[in-house]
Design a binder for this molecule. Structure first.
Ligand code: HEM
Length: 411
């Protein structure tokens, strides 16, 4: 075993460069250089960052790398903040057997065959949003994020859980404030707002469940299903239903928004790709996989080591936090030929944007469907897209993607 020796190989400096303005704007080259010298990099604080694809896969599939207890990594004050202590209650923060049972209680809702029933409704939502987006066009540009990329996933998740037009409820705003609290660069004010937002989300969904129960909870949506099965061996308890609904909003909005904005920015900059997808729409599914790979929304995500282990020869003591750099793994040249290039026909494309293992994104098929329906409609409707101004990367380091995309379109 060899300890990583950052001072000798410059890995500390390379790692620090990721958290600079230049690293924020374009982190890929910084990760590439770090992966070359220290694919498993230990920081001075004893946190391990993994940028090698195979090592990330290994962590994701090994139960020795736990999801439960990650909130303890936020320091002794974790017990004072709802956004930290409630991580133990949400699916992504659990291990077996709780994770297996709770995921099993809702997994049927996210199976491709069931979601396909939503496709017509999704197409309808997309057409409506594109028409509204055009209403907002001032002759120069339209705000693609506010008019399309956010309302689409919000309203689609709303359909699944049983809240029509979720965009007109407080939920999207609260979900945004909540998830901003996890960013390593979050200020005290952002953290306080995130805590409040999480409490408000719990209260909102608690009230909604009460209302639906009083109304008899009929329907084909997730809330009706959870109410019908609660108290049975495969159902969720009432206390478990609320964090499940909160998680679906936290996990299903911003991530999908960022996928849609990344795709549209790429198509605006690459009219050749736009023309190709317009002429050959059957390439849209593989193009989406490539957009997911090329600029993953999630920069890194964490696990906690249960027992002493090692990764690529680097010893990792029990209790260590391990952060997987998904964006770096997705451009590992050992797995992807010409990783910095966009190849809309890339196959196979084993990117880790939805990760792997037992926590594989529950909403992956839903997100793929949304992106397919959206890109089909956009490339069919518009001959060309154009950026009316520079797109602005959202602040923060945990998630990546554009917060502001001024867009023009040409029929
Ligand atoms: C492009 C869009 C999306 C991306 C990039 C994405 C990414 C991810 C990632 C990386 C994880 C693993 C988190 C971890 O283990 O720490 C995850 C888990 C999860 N995602 Fe997604 N997600 C997307 C869309 C969605 C949607 C649309 C939903 C549902 C409405 C959703 C619901 C979930 C849930 C519930 C989990 C937890 C699964 C578990 O722990 O078993 N996601 N997602």
């Amino acid at each position: 075993m060899n300890e990583s020796s950052p001072s000798k190989d410059g890995a500390d400096e390379l790692f620090a460069s990721i958290f600079t303005e230049a690293g924020h704007d374009d982190p890929h080259d910084h990760w590439r250089r770090l992966r070359e010298v220290a694919p498993v990099h230990r920081t001075a604080e004893g946190v391990f960052y993994v940028s090698d694809h195979q090592a990330c896969q290994q962590v994701l599939r090994d139960p020795n790398f736990r999801a439960f207890g990650r909130n303890r990594l936020y320091g002794p004050q974790w017990k004072e903040h709802p956004i930290y202590y409630r991580l133990d209650e949400i699916l992504g923060g659990m291990d077996a057997p709780d994770h297996t049972r709770q995921r099993g209680a809702v997994a049927g809702f996210f199976k491709p065959r069931r979601l396909e029933k939503l496709r017509d409704r999704m197409e309808h939502i997309v057409e409506e949003l594109l028409a509204e987006m055009e209403n907002g066009f001032d002759g120069n540009s339209v705000d693609f994020v506010a008019r399309f990329a956010l309302p689409l996933p919000v309203n689609v998740v709303g359909e699944v859980v049983g809240v029509r037009s979720m965009m007109s409820t407080p939920v999207p705003d609260l979900a945004l404030h909540w998830t901003q609290g996890y960013d390593p660069a979050a200020s005290a004010e952002t953290l306080a707002r995130a805590d409040e937002a999480m409490d408000e989300l719990y209260a909102y969904f608690g009230d909604l469940i009460d209302q639906r129960e009083r109304a008899g909870a009929t329907g084909d949506d997730l809330i009706a299903h959870m109410l019908a099965t609660t108290g049975t061996p495969t159902g969720l308890s009432r206390a478990e239903m609320i964090p499940m609904l909160v998680t679906l909003c936290g996990g299903g909005f911003e991530t999908t928004t960022r996928l849609l904005t990344n795709a549209v920015v790429t198509l605006s900059r690459r009219p050749d790709l736009h023309a190709r997808l317009r002429a050959e729409p059957w390439l849209i599914p593989t193009a989406i996989e490539e957009f997911l790979r090329h600029d993953a929304t999630v920069q890194f995500l964490g696990r906690l080591v249960a027992e002493d282990t090692e990764l690529l020869g680097v010893p990792i003591p029990a209790g260590s936090p391990v952060n997987l750099s998904i964006i770096a793994a997705n451009r590992d040249p050992k797995v992807f030929v010409q990783p910095d290039e966009i190849d809309i026909e890339r196959k196979p494309n084993p990117h880790l944007t939805f990760i792997a293992g037992v926590h594989f994104c529950l909403g992956a098929h839903l997100a793929r469907m949304e992106a397919q329906v959206a890109l089909q409609a956009i490339t069919r409707r518009y001959a060309r897209l154009e950026l009316a101004g520079p797109p602005v990367q959202a602040p923060g380091f945990a998630m990546r993607g554009y917060a502001d995309v001024p867009l023009a379109y040409h029929r």
